[in-house]
Design a protein around this ligand. Structure first.
Ligand code: AMP
Length: 495
């Protein structure tokens, strides 16, 4: 979604305008509209934005504008602009953008990354370059061999900082920053801004302008997303139950499962593997090649379940992901939107289910505040804990001071209702405790095979069952067939 300002209204030189016309860019994206003027003033920038927002042009255009206005021959072994990226793929992509936007001006752009011969990179660095796009490891190798000197850096960009940290580049980054000239313009981009990321940003930046692109709330509204109240100890069993349902439905069914840590991603993938599901984990501790392989298996349906951490899943753009499971709540509320946006791509059907245990309620409320939507509850599974709904309602009331009808919160009323079992989920219905109409029909209800059409109705008063023993359950035979796409029976996805 681009802005109403045209590129011609921005103070960019004629060669850049010409390149933009050649690429058919007419209007800047929101991050470009906000970042370009700030960067042209020479300010540092902290940008919370992910790939796909047009952030590369947001930093490349002002850097190229500066180089165009102040042409200078780069010194040997030096670069005027240094862009650090976490992966070789991103380095190539960013360098291509610089080359495309700078096609009608005099600028040299080079890449430095591992896994290829050093000789071309050394030759390039001996001459010196205007723009160098590099991954940290190889860059430091060249620096240690005396082929790279950071003394001439005027513009420093750290791209996808959160992914850098997830991939363990923090020490390399600190070493490089330590050698940069103090007088420079620094730009820092990250999809998420955790406290750790913020700390690093403030080590690098000097009085930065801040641009935060709030996630597109509409994404969340288009997807059938529901909440499962479940104890931590039952999350694996619930996941397995959902996957069985998913597989029974046949067709091409790709499932993406999000966990909070790399350790948990491995653990969940292994547990599913033991049960006969074809699942792989993808996270920052895996090599780039292993991640690429896992992604390819997933894309082709050979391994139709992918268990991922947030950062590793960033680049996953796979069609036909029919189910996203938030096994753990995201650390950052913004990640919820990124995660569930992995399903229902290109207008396909998609469901996102979020597991919420008692210790996740605070995170759930943060997500709902952000997306301005109360996620409906999917209660018809044997691990449902109705009590969590009441705790959540009470917490919301305490936060708001008063209940929905203006009354003071009454714990007693809710406790009694719980005991009376009046809040039971009804089969074929999604119990949205927040929606105006109380019970809400769900696109997952009567017309299509549903999670909640199966199994006995749960009694609220019954305690949730104990965790099932994964080891002792009968093994499911891995299915060889690669499922085909499933239609949504004409049911609307939008709520
Ligand atoms: P990025 O977020 O930088 O990876 O860019 C995402 C995609 O959007 C790339 O394919 C860019 O070529 C494209 N793009 C960036 N800015 C614009 C724009 N203003 N108008 C049209 N396409 C754009």
């Amino acid at each position: 979604m681009n802005t109403s300002t045209s590129f011609e209204a921005l103070p960019l030189a004629a060669p850049l305008q010409r390149a933009l016309r050649a690429k058919n860019y007419t209007h800047p994206s929101p991050i470009q509209e906000q970042a370009i003027p700030v960067l042209l003033e020479g300010r540092d920038l902290l940008g919370a934005a992910q790939t796909g927002t047009g952030k590369t042009a947001a930093f490349a255009l002002p850097i190229l504008q500066n180089i165009h206005e102040n042409p200078a021959r780069p010194e040997r072994h030096r670069m005027r602009a240094l862009v650090l990226t976490p992966t070789r793929e991103l380095a190539v992509q960013v360098a291509k953008s610089f080359t495309d936007y700078g096609a009608h001006m005099k600028v040299t752009v080079e890449t430095v990354y591992g896994g290829v011969s050093m000789s071309r990179q050394i030759t390039a660095m001996k001459r010196g370059v205007d723009v160098l796009v590099a991954t940290p490891g190889r860059l430091l190798d060249l620096r240690n061999q005396g082929e790279v000197d950071f003394g001439g850096v005027e513009f420093f960009v750290l791209d996808e900082a959160d992914r850098m940290l997830d991939m363990g580049f923090i020490n390399d980054i600190r070493k490089i920053i330590g050698e940069l000239p103090a007088r420079r313009q620094s730009l820092f981009f990250s999809a998420t801004l955790s406290p750790e990321i913020n700390e690093l940003a403030h080590e690098i930046l000097n009085n930065p302008a801040e641009i935060r692109l709030s996630p597109k709330v509409t994404t969340a509204e288009k997807i059938d997303h529901q909440l499962c109240y479940v104890g931590q100890e039952n999350k694996l069993s619930l996941l397995q139950h959902l996957l069985n349902e998913q597989q029974d439905r046949g067709g091409r069914q790709l499932t993406l499962v999000f966990t909070r840590t790399k350790f948990r991603a491995d653990k969940v993938a292994k547990a599913l593997g033991r049960e006969g599901f074809r699942a792989e984990a993808i996270h920052g501790n895996k090599t780039q090649a292993a991640r690429q392989r896992a992604l390819e298996s997933f894309r082709k349906g050979r391994s139709p379940i992918l268990v991922a951490t947030d950062v590793a899943a960033r680049g996953i753009d796979v069609k036909d992901v029919s189910l996203v499971v938030n096994f753990d709540m995201p650390d950052e509320p913004e990640s919820y939107v990124h995660r569930i946006g992995r399903t229902a791509r290109g207008g396909a059907a998609g469901t996102a289910l979020t597991f919420c245990s008692e210790d996740n309620l605070k995170e759930l409320m943060a997500v709902e505040r952000l997306i301005k939507t109360e996620i409906p509850v999917y209660a018809n599974h044997e691990f449902h804990i109705e009590k969590l709904g009441h705790i959540r309602t009470m917490a919301a009331k305490m936060t708001n001071g008063r209940g929905r009808n203006g009354s003071r919160p009454s714990f007693k009323k809710d406790r009694d209702r719980d005991r009376d079992g009046q809040n039971q989920a009804r089969p074929g219905r999604s119990r949205s405790r927040f929606g105006k109409g109380g019970y809400q029909a769900s696109p997952y209800s009567s017309d299509r095979p549903s999670f909640r059409d199966r199994g006995p109705k749960q009694d609220d008063t019954a305690a949730a069952p104990k965790a099932r023993d994964f080891q002792n359950r009968p093994k499911r035979k891995p299915s060889r067939k690669i499922p085909t796409a499933v239609r949504n029976n004409g049911q609307p996805l939008a709520r």
